[in-house]
Design a protein around this ligand. Sequence first.
Ligand code: GLN
Length: 390
Amino acid sequence: MPDLSRKMNNFTDSVIRRMTRISNKYGAVNLSQGFPDFDPPKEIRDALKIAADRGPHQYAITWGAPNFREALAEKQSKFMGINIDPETQIAVTCGSTEAMMAAVMTVCNPGDKVIVFSPFYENYAADAILSGAKPIYVSLKPPEFSFDREELEKAFEQKPKALILCNPSNPTGKVFTLEELKYIAELAEKYDTFVITDEVYEHIVMDPCKHIYFASLPGMFDRTISCSSLSKTYSITGWRLGYVIANERIIDNVRKVHDFLTVGAAAPLQEAAVAGLKLPDKYYIELKNLYTEKRTLFLKGLDEAGLKYYKPNGAYYVIVDVSEFNVKNDLKFCEWFAKEVGVGAVPGSSFFKEDVNYLIRLHFAKKDETLIKAIDRLKTLKDKVKFYTE
Ligand code: GLN
């Protein structure tokens, strides 16, 4: 057989998604890959039934059905505080996974550099590598997971094409402050760099923190490529509906990448999701309250289980510190954890550039009863771990 492309030599399949398969294999409560086990809003489910009967069942316009883009532009204009044109400033994609890949491919030429904060959502390294770009990692330091200003400027001095900003952050739950974002903006302007955002947890931010859209900062719209999705906001991760918002010139090229990669997101699902985009403001307040309560329930459970963690302010993940158990290989530990403790987790090494093998990520986007079941199992960890060997 001829050689395969070398591009894939430097990364594995997604460990997050692998952990779901491992959790299923052992019947673990799956707190690894972040997705809810509760239903999307009734309005969306009802609209899906209608779409099943009335369609559309054929291709939507490649960059998004007009009514979906209109509803999305209206909602995002309101939340982002920017007037977004549905005709020219939106590309609808298959999840924000495609949005991010299309964004990186749109701005990077082979050999370009991209700043990635570490820890990071594991797709970004693959996005950069598949686009021929090289990541420059900048550490987010616990417990606040903030960056060192000098270290960030040093990264900018290497003339990167873009910085990838996940805010609220997966996996730490960090919500970037206005001061931090302004500093990034200052450097982006000084070094003429794009900022590609992943803001899929934009509506899951706990009080008193607030989500600030990077594109909404003064002068930043034209250099920001805002990526997000409907997955987490409406609990429809399997629908694969994402989008990119940016200026016309950028979107024109994002649409080209998207057109030849996937042609379009599923037409009947775009049709049904319009009902979600049109939900009143109350929906987003209730969503935030729901996740705030789940965070309280879950962190209390972690306390009862005697586990140390970093409290998240946004998204639905918690980084748990397992250093006391003398873990050498966190991937093996997570497999053991799923099998023997019965809870699925993601090893920290999937997110950190630094040599970290004592952190794992759990998520709390589950029904209360599921979280309680997981907590009951987590309480057995300290006894079971006595028999853990690598
Ligand atoms: N964002 C989710 C997580 O970090 C997974 C998303 C996906 O698998 N596409 O777990």
